[in-house]
Design a protein around this ligand. Sequence first.
Ligand code: SAH
Length: 246
Amino acid sequence: MRPRVRLVLVGTEGEINLGFIARLAANFSVEEVYLVAPRVDPRSSEVRRFAAHGEYMVDRFEVVETLEEALKGVELAACTSARVGQKSDVLRHPVTAREFAERIAPRYDSVAVVFGRESVGLTREEIARCHLLVYIPANPSYPVLNLSHAVAIVLYELWLARAGAREPVERADAEALERVYRMLADIASRVSDPSQIERVQAALRHLIWRCPPTAGEASALYHLAKRLRARLEECSRGQGGADTDD
Ligand code: SAH
């Protein structure tokens, strides 16, 4: 999956958070987790307990001393904070987690996402070492999330952007969409007011491609339209109209 994602946790203080984050790393297929000077034993039984089936990520934790070490080898480093938006403080002019995941991260082969300490977040120096600041929009009077919850939201957005193309049900391919469109456009050309045909066909085209339907839906629609057209042909034959083929 592009980009490779490295989760970087600075000075994490809570074993439960660390366990939950290992689990999230497994849930969202994060390639690497780096811990910068953690304040707890990162492989304690409590961490493992909360990691559940993500315990294998606990064994893969890379523990380092400095943020520099944790950022080595990644193209883009994004740090996170709830405290953003002061006009005069350019260090805290952020992008949203969604904007980061959809528009910025896909342009790189590898990105690090850096999260701060539960007690005091990231220092200004740490924020300054990263390329940009990401935030999760929330209630302005209480925007600070629990660390593992913030990690979950950012990883979820990255997951959607990285794997979003893989949908649970297969979408109709271009050929199937074209087939449905042609059938409906043909019906429109037979039954619409002549002055409206182009407009109706344009509406159908946009509607079909904007949806777009699943393969099964497109197939059902195509067969319905085909039967409708056959009925139309029967009617027009009854009225002495011309016959047409598919
Ligand atoms: N008291 C600290 C709270 C840190 S919360 C402070 O005021 O900064 C722990 C970490 O969770 C933060 O350093 C950040 O990485 C992440 N976090 C919490 N809420 C967030 C939000 N709304 N947007 C982005 N990151 C957030």
